[in-house]
Design a binder for this molecule. Structure first.
Ligand SMILES: [Zn+2]
Length: 118
């Protein structure tokens, strides 16, 4: 068994995001891209504002925030994301969705083998 490097994992994540975008489209949603890569400085600031964590997977290029729209309306709750999140998690054991977090983060899709970090 070969061990996947972080760089390889980042590429697997990026390919998954491409599929995620296409899946959203096929479910009838329009998307815009939110934050993908985040600097450690930004993550620290976010944490100080209570809107993120200092160990965010965005820092490691293993998370992305996707904005969904239906009939021109920006979706801010679980509509669409719940279904899309289930599809995302079907890609593999380490595919995580922010809809499962204690503090729900519906538009957040990530790849995490430890299942702890967001
Ligand atoms: Zn996020």
């Amino acid at each position: 068994m070969t061990t996947e490097t972080l760089r390889q994992k980042q590429s697997r994540f990026a390919l998954g995001v491409a599929l995620l975008i296409q899946q959203a489209d096929s479910l009838g949603y329009e998307i815009t891209l939110g934050e993908a890569w985040r600097t450690p400085e930004q993550a620290k600031w976010n944490a100080s504002q209570g809107i993120g964590t200092v160990s965010s997977l965005h820092i490691e290029r293993l998370a992305i925030d996707i904005n969904l729209f239906k009939d021109g309306r920006f979706i801010t709750d679980g509509e669409g994301h719940a279904e899309l999140g289930r599809w995302w998690k079907s890609l593999g054991q380490d595919y995580r969705h922010g809809g499962d977090f204690a503090k729900r983060d519906w538009n957040h899709y990530s790849l995490s083998s430890d299942g702890k970090r967001a």
